[in-house]
Design a protein. Structure first.
Lengths: 966, 966
């Protein structure tokens, strides 16, 4: 008998949760009962014992050691719990028939037995999930599919694994205005009513740990009183505090309470250590008996330094040691004389990294026994890139390591607090690096307001819970996870094809939003060159259109999840991109003085009004359930935070009362305002030197309001035009666009056509403009698979290598979607740093250049940080038959903080470009990129002649033409 | 009998012009007859002899040696012409009673006798002027006042003087689109019909010389045929050609005609000398017998160099000498074997200056006998500043010197072809320098399209004609001339007060238009700091309002002259300034993101439409008489010519949906967007540290559309506010302006007030902004007349010195209106260069500084060029009791061409700022500025502490407060 009928014919199984159960288990039994009622329309009874069961099928939830029923089953050998006994947070689901002779009416019992409280709860929520209830039933508005019948199949017992990472959770941070206002309006405060929903989420996501909101909240006071902490303990959620809130004290408490401890409000362990010690003592006394990880260490208030700017590193270290010594003593005195028994955490965040490692001859805390047995919480660089991480050669640390990761950040160079912009693959790549380097004790992620980050948060929690499944060995982890996640949110009512479409939308959304976060985007980021703005605009409009269409197509029951987690964030985000792209075009054309600028201006103002529209609509959605949650400022920041921002300026061109045309190739910054006697150099387009381009466009714009007719002539037979004559009507249509089409049959090799446009204006004036169109039709079939230089550049995606050589099974792998836009290659295993240049794995790229000369090779790399504090990232390449050359991917003294321009550039633009010089010979060449540092992740290679500047782009010029493989 | 009744009771005197008179005299007799009919309504008969005279009073016009009547009078001793006999271009006006016994009916004759043709003509036009006909009757639409009776008083005979400068005239240049289109439409071409009006103007202005238009015209072909040249000769207008049109050939002729001389169209005396020689020969043959000054020398076409870029100076000099040798020989062969008899001119323009002076060891043409007896035409720098001029120590040049001056220019750094922008005083100052340095043989001015430059052209011609009256000894020359000029244009119908108002308008117009010509003005030139934009805007609106009011008040008969020469150019010019000033404010506020930007945007677009309006209206004025004359592009040039210009962009701010105020002091670039926890530095205003300022304004603007109320509090009793509470209504009024008023009675010395503004927004948010207001009330009465440092600067107008010391009657004089804005001081005599530092004249400035420290002293000087090629301009100053220090006003290797940044800056901004370092002591200091180079013309002194940057302005910060004199 392998199936359990939970619900059928209007009858639902009861849930038995004995009176001896832990309070948290009882509470979740009620929650799961609610879940099941959402699916079935019938709410199961939660009973204390079998006596009250009305039906033949029951679900019995219990925790080992807390249940007489389970003890009875085990005594009778009907149950063997050996798979979970003594394990952390495990559960067993087992189906048993007529298990209790004294209750013969109970035909079947589904046992959900936990090794401990959280194990039991995870097991119960597993039942909800099996019935189709998403962990995001509340936070993602994932309304489960209604069912007439729920029959669960159990081919085997379900035995859960021990979670991979010990403490797994998130930090509600930077929570104003969104989460803060939402709580205030919905619950009256960031109080226990609000945390009820939060703790539930922690557990549904198989987490066990949380840092509470602290910008303007005191977790231990605002519950009200201790209610928040008490509720957490009941749920079994371990509470920690952020890196600068030691000893279970909220950050705001000191200024609220210092008068209880003295007259001085200085947060200084130099001048005010007695009062602060008493303050800490109060914190630890208050939390005693509740399940906490106690933060130790000390930082200045508001993320500032511990001591004044004139203090030395050594001064700071001395004070920090003194503080930790006092903290440890307080914990010994109050909590447990054996510190090893007390979970403690010391965060090595920002400048604390210097205090820990020591620099400039100062001995840090690294080898100090005051932090023995303490979890050392490392951090990313606030932008998802690991900083210093433990190396295989390091001395093991008794307390283990944790990682503080960011899906949301409030700080320099620019905050991101509005929507999700996490590329799951990037998070996967860095978090697996962390795990592989032994960071397994604690994973905590800054999740902002929660809302908006449901998707990456789910992935993060699952990766931390089940590393074996989602970890480094699974290169397709993020995509596979997303498919599973979409199934959980949308169930069966949404077709596989629709899910694939949603998957594509999420991919596009997180990809583009990671390219440049909305907050740091502005109208000058994307460039007109190489059609960059135009192409981005078209791609975005396309995704928005799909997103909108799906909204119309999806079944009603799925709409709330779709709108909540897909439609609104996707549309709002992409619209914010359109605002900037259209402003960019508006400004470019206004600078040219062309009337077409005013069309972009009108469109820009419409997009700005849509920005307000999407936010407002989301706030009204579901009767205002999420009011305020999208309220964060999110565009064109002029400083690191939301204090200083504006919408882009809309620029209006007033026509000049003269005959004045402006001619330009589409997607190119160069333009021509008509022949001038001092300069008749034509503007030039070379796109058709690519064998795969046979059409280019140019635009005839006007600065003036004098209409004209025009006639196009050309000196070459291979070039024709979509029209050769025309008449303007500037009032209605300020731009005329013409296609120039290359007939390659008539083309023999490379050639340049001179295009002449003669204008006759209605005021009698005549003007001319000249264009050059360059095209090529050479045969490259002798170089199959090689990339072709044209328009004076080469752009080769890293994953499109021509050959790959591994060494002893190690080497480069393509990681799909890891790049800023596109795949990337990364060397595996991730803990291996290749030392010996003679035997490195490599990938090789073949390409054809037009002339023998000096070139600049730009490696486009993911903006990772050195693995070792103060270290570098080594890269290695070779050209043709030359010896491999090592180069540094970051500058000496690189520092993963906002004071470092290189780091700033990297995290702002999500790319690091490193240039090396190389000589190539006319014709076929090869370039090898070798495995060196595992943090050298290659996305693209862009090559251009040293003496010919490459027109600016935000992303890169388009991928070069590749000669077909034979 | 001292009065002559020209017209009374409907009877007008006849004009007798004997048949023996020169054709030109006869023609002008007709012209004057027309003039008189404009005044009287009755046209005098022009008769060949006394026989035909119908009336008792006659005007007899005659030229000595061409008139039997005059010979008869002289024989009978009724006329003595000794005052004019043998003189150039003189006339005698004499009244004689019953002069001819054979014609007893002739009671009175007004004799107008010329020493030569032009003398006679000047005498005749003098009669017109005496009757109230302006020389600008056609070109300035100066309709003379109608009179019932014309009785002319002659206390004495009128004997004219010999003109001061031998050849006096103008160059119609850069004549497209305005003059060119005007001629084409009105006369069919730039032909004799058009030149008829031009030659008449030359003579009415007592000129004798002209360079014809040559951009697209051939003077000797387009008359048609030789009609232009023939007409000029008849009028007695000497024809020259521009600097690059040798041997009476128009510039365009070569390309039109080279096929007559060979196959090669190269304008090269290296490769094509034979053909070019023949071409020149044709030119000189064609003009033989007509009155010309023959241009010699050679230049490349289109203002280019003679030879290729790789040619050395010496190569060029050799070719130039060869060309001149050939030219001289042609002239000898064809015109006159005695070259001394043939007026010839060699223009030392631009790079020809190098060929003339020689540089880098190359011997120039300077001492070459090929240019003996040739007028050496020096040039200004195209912007009214002399370049190298002959020095008293130079060897005299047999041919004498001329000057080519510019009221219009087509070239770098930026062309000015639209309207007049000549400050008469500046032209006077440089032209008197020229005259005093012996440049007296030829004065020719590039007058653009003529129209628009009537006013400065009149002054130029009068200065050249009567240097004794208008020259260097008359410091008030320009103002006095303007009064006379206004009398001539407006007669008695306009009151003295109205004329003073028009004078003020012309002053303001030419002053502001010289500050920065409209073509090179753009929205970022004037700055918001120190109220610069605001003050300029207010001043301009004020002048425009006066200009408009006068138009309504003036009598109908004066309106055409007023609209033609005052109203339209003044309104159009000032409106073009408003366009840029309002665009400047629009851009500043758009950059701040404030909604008030949109008010400036709307106003800017209105001003742009007015730009078209004024031009269109002027073109329709007088039935379209001047159609096309204001057609030149005139705004925001992006390159040196009109090829690339646009109106300023109008910028629109879309409100952000947040509570966000922007607070700023009026006229200051600093602004505050509300208190931020990382930075609560208040913005600060120090204007009230000036004892004469007791009120400052600040503005409350908004980026967002969330309304607010505000409350202002202040920590100091001496500061009050125009309002302390208020409520915004952003939709109607995006800005709230507040005055802060200082009660000096409550102020004891210097103090700083902290102003706090608390904002309560309608969305419930609260914000704060903080301002500092600094004020001072110290007693400086112990330093009467001293200037006071405040706001960390001193600005002292050059004419407000505290004392002046002359040496032997030489030294500094204030020249009113000579500065860019304001008076300037110049040392006299202008030929004196003070050599001996121990005995220089000086002016002394006294001022008070707040702290003993290092200061930067910026001398604001007129942007003159060194008097000597390759030389410098020396300045000299001293501080307190220190020794005088010499300093260079221009950098070494200064070059008065567009390749030199310093020169470019000077002519673009009409100022040269030279910084010197100085230490001052707290309290009273003095600074002396000594006479050194006569081209060191001081306008202002601006001083600021070395360590405190001075906020940018276009003009200068406002004049500092001066302690009252006791």
């Amino acid at each position: 008998m392998k199936s359990f009928c939970l619900f059928e014919n209007g009858i639902i199984a009861d849930i038995v949760c004995e009176a001896s159960s832990l309070d948290g288990v009882k509470r979740i039994a009620g929650t799961v009962s609610e879940d099941l009622s959402l699916v079935t329309g019938k709410k199961p009874n939660v009973t204390n014992g079998l006596e009250d069961c009305r039906n033949g099928n029951v679900v019995i939830v219990a925790t080992l050691g807390q249940s007489a029923l389970m003890d009875s089953l085990m005594e009778r050998r009907l149950l063997d719990a050996k798979d979970i006994v003594g394990k952390r947070e495990c559960y067993l689901m087992k189906l048993v028939g007529t298990p209790f002779p004294e209750f013969p009416n109970i035909k079947q019992a589904l046992l959900i037995i936990g090794s401990d409280k959280r194990g039991t709860i995870y097991g119960m929520f597993r039942l909800s999930e099996l019935c189709g209830v998403s962990p995001l039933v509340f936070w993602g508005d994932a309304i489960p599919e209604k069912k007439e019948k729920v029959r669960l199949e159990f081919a085997n017992d379900i035995v859960s694994k021990e979670p991979s990472v010990k403490y797994r959770g998130f930090f509600i941070n930077d929570e104003w205005p969104a989460f803060g206002k939402w709580c205030a309006e919905r619950y009256g405060d960031v109080n226990a009513k609000a945390y009820d929903k939060v703790f539930e989420l922690v557990l549904r996501l198989k987490g066990n740990y949380m840092w509470p909101a602290m910008w303007n909240s005191s977790f231990w006071q605002d519950g009200p009183d201790l209610e928040n902490a008490r509720l957490a303990d009941e749920y079994g959620v371990v509470i920690g505090t952020s890196h600068h809130e030691p000893l279970c004290r909220a950050g705001v408490e000191w200024q609220r309470q210092y008068k209880n401890y003295g007259d001085d409000n200085a947060w200084s362990f130099v001048s005010n250590s007695d009062a602060i010690t008493e303050f800490w003592k109060g914190g630890i006394q208050r939390s005693k008996g509740l399940e906490n990880v106690i933060t130790i260490g000390m930082r200045g208030e508001n993320d500032s330094h511990l001591m004044g700017k004139d203090a030395t590193l050594q001064n700071n270290i001395v004070v920090l040691k003194k503080a930790i010594t006092v903290q440890n003593q307080l914990i010994k005195d109050i909590v447990n004389p054996d510190l090893r028994e007390v979970p403690r955490m010391f965060a090595i965040y920002k400048e604390v990294e210097d205090f820990f490692f020591g620099v400039d001859g100062s001995e840090g805390l690294r080898n100090w026994n005051g932090i023995d047995d303490v979890i050392l919480l490392l951090s990313d660089d606030n932008h998802g890139n690991l900083r210093a991480i433990p190396q295989p050669t390091d001395k093991p640390h008794s307390g283990g390591y944790g990682i503080y990761y960011h899906f949301d950040y409030h700080g320099a160079p620019v905050s991101y607090e509005w929507l999700n912009h996490t590329n799951l693959v990037k998070a996967w790549e860095q978090l697996t690096m962390a795990y592989e380097h032994g960071i397994r004790e604690m994973w905590i992620v800054n999740v902002g307001d929660i809302k908006g980050n449901e998707y990456p948060l789910s992935f993060f929690m699952n990766l931390a819970y089940d590393y074996e499944k989602w970890g480094v060995s699974n290169l397709d982890s993020a995509a596979e996870y997303t498919r599973q996640w979409l199934d959980a949110q949308f169930g069966n009512a949404v077709s596989a094809e629709q899910k694939t479409q949603i998957h594509g939308i999420l991919d596009a959304y997180t990809w583009w939003s990671a390219v440049r976060i909305p907050e740091s985007l502005n109208p000058s980021v994307f460039k007109n060159n190489f059609h960059e703005i135009e192409n981005a605009h078209a791609a975005i409009v396309n995704v928005m259109s799909k997103t909108d269409t799906l909204r119309k197509e999806l079944p009603q029951q799925c709409l709330s999840a779709y709108e909540s987690m897909v439609y609104y964030p996707v549309m709002a985000f992409f619209n914010s991109m359109l605002v900037n792209l259209e402003a960019g075009m508006n400004h470019i054309h206004a600078d040219r003085g062309t009337l077409v600028a005013n069309q972009f201006s009108a469109s820009l103002l419409e997009k700005i009004s849509l920005d307000r529209h999407y936010v407002d609509e989301f706030h009204k959605f579901l009767g205002g359930k999420w009011n305020h949650m999208m309220e964060s400022a999110h565009m064109c920041f002029r400083s690191w935070d939301d204090h200083n921002w504006t919408y882009p300026i809309a620029q209006t061109v007033a026509p000049i009362p003269y005959a004045k045309i402006v001619v330009s190739f589409r997607g190119d910054n160069a333009y021509n305002i008509g022949h001038h006697w001092q300069d008749r150099t034509p503007i030039c387009n070379s796109e058709m030197t690519r064998p795969d381009v046979s059409e280019v466009s140019f635009d005839i714009d006007s600065r003036g309001d004098v209409d004209f007719s025009f006639a196009i002539t050309c000196d070459k037979p291979w070039l024709s035009f979509s029209q050769t004559h025309g008449v303007s009507c500037l009032k209605d249509q300020p731009r005329t666009s013409i296609k120039a089409i290359c007939d390659r049959v008539k083309l023999d090799g490379g050639d340049v056509a001179l295009v002449q446009i003669d204008f006759a204006f209605t005021n009698g004036e005549k003007k001319q403009a000249f264009l050059n169109v360059r095209a090529g039709n050479n045969d490259y079939s002798h170089c199959p698979g090689a990339f072709l230089e044209s328009q004076n550049y080469l752009c080769i995606p890293a994953d499109k290598y021509n050959s790959k050589v591994d060494v002893e099974g190690t080497g480069w792998s393509v990681v799909p979607r890891l790049g800023r836009i596109g795949n990337a290659i990364k060397s595996f295993p991730v803990t291996k740093n290749w030392e010996n240049p003679s035997n490195r794995p490599y990938v090789q790229y073949d390409f054809i250049v037009s002339e023998t000369r000096e070139y600049v090779v730009s490696f486009y790399l993911s903006p990772r940080n050195p693995r070792i504090k103060g270290g570098t990232i080594e890269g290695c390449f070779s050209v043709n038959d030359n010896q491999p050359e090592l180069f540094d991917i970051v500058q000496p003294n690189y520092y993963a903080e906002w004071v470092d321009k290189e780091w700033n550039y990297g995290v702002t633009n999500n790319i690091r470009k490193v240039n090396v010089a190389a000589s190539f010979n006319q014709g076929l060449n090869s370039l090898r990129f070798y495995a060196a540092d595992p943090n050298a992740i290659l996305e693209k290679i862009v090559i251009h002649p040293k003496d010919i500047p490459l027109a600016a782009t935000h992303l890169a010029p388009p991928e070069s033409y590749r000669v077909p493989l034979k």
